[in-house]
Design a protein around this ligand. Sequence first.
Ligand code: SF4
Length: 452
Amino acid sequence: MSFLDVHAHFAEEGYDIPAEWQKIGAAGVARVILAGDTLAHSRMHRDLSAQYEGMYFTAGVHPSEAAAFDEGTLAGIEELLSSPKCVAVGEVGLDYHWDVPDKRVQQAVFSRQLELAHKYRLPVQIHSRDCFADMFAMLRERRELLSDGFLMHCYSHGAANLDAFAALGGYFSFGGVACFKMPETSGRACAPAPRSASSRRRTAPISPPCAGRRTRPRTFPSSSPASHSCGERRRRRSRRRSCKTQKHSLQSWDKIMDTYVYRIGKNLYVNLTNRCSNRCTFCVRNGKDTFEGYHLWLKDGEPSARQVEEALGSCDCDEVVFCGFGEPTYRLATMLEVCDYVHLLGKKTRLNTNGHGSIINERDIAPELVGKLDGINISLNASNAKLYEKLCRPLYPDMAFDSMLFFAQACRENGLNCWFSVVDCIGEPEVEACRAVAERVGIPLRVRPMIG
Ligand code: SF4
């Protein structure tokens, strides 16, 4: 068996490359891909790979280096992508483990590099740490840029979230922690990963399990599934754990596929979409794949009205609420169809919305809601546009706050039963400021406790 090491950093370590390369080949590693983390290292890797058959490289800027990224960096990376031995854009992505660089900067840099990958028809090596919700949202929304594939490098988001990336066509690599005795993240996720979509790797020179020693591509075969150095007892334990994890994962998958409707108290909630025009800092979906035990990330696409109606069944509830892990008005037609079904069964309907339905649908949607929705809860969140932008991080920052107010006003003018809501944790002065906004628009304000 020969091995491919998909992710090694040679640039910064001062390897004796000729000697090392011989040992790598002797150890059965036929190919090594050197991963770029800065423009300078990507260039060094290009120059190195030009000298060795079987050595390739990726070009990209790591999220930790995003602050220094500028147009010159972009042009430099772009130039490298045309090199014959450049096989991917990477490693790029998001890393929220530390407070810097700013998340929005990281997202912008990641986005630019995804565009490059698409332009040059290259796959992407993705670094993703403590950022599941944003990473998943970005990959979903920019899916067209991933047509040449992507590898979740050093995957660490756990087994439950693995399906989310697999559904987008992702591949996975697992670091040395897969060999730890009690793997809490990668190891657990490793077991249920589709064989065709998984790889195990160490990041030379820094990754465990060779803690305190340099990890090299030539030591990679000894930690591979075929002959890894963990003892037989550990392998047996690992296999038992793998079976359990596999089962757990499949159960999770079923739930994820099926959670179009969920129950909280006496109400049924409908989860129509994961698209949203905001990235609220306080959103319950941030960093989570579940809410109240329900998997609300839609791994199998958005449901049709018929699928929702089937899930609602006889509507054994007080009220059907359109809510979920996304903004329901992205699915306006489907929502209105389901409203008719709910009304046929004599139950009430409510929409929980961020109020962007009219900009999302590019028309004033309020008249279409008449007779369909018995209540509309519009999240006000803040008393002014500046604060709103900071808290909600809208996709349309210039118009998000005002368009939400216009929507509320239009609902009122169309005789719809609507109200603003804010959470109580924003503090009394801000609540009062929000109350004044609600009075100006002419609809009530409800103050509710924070959830999540
Ligand atoms: S508008 Fe709602 S679903 Fe969208 S990010 Fe904000 S809280 Fe989450």
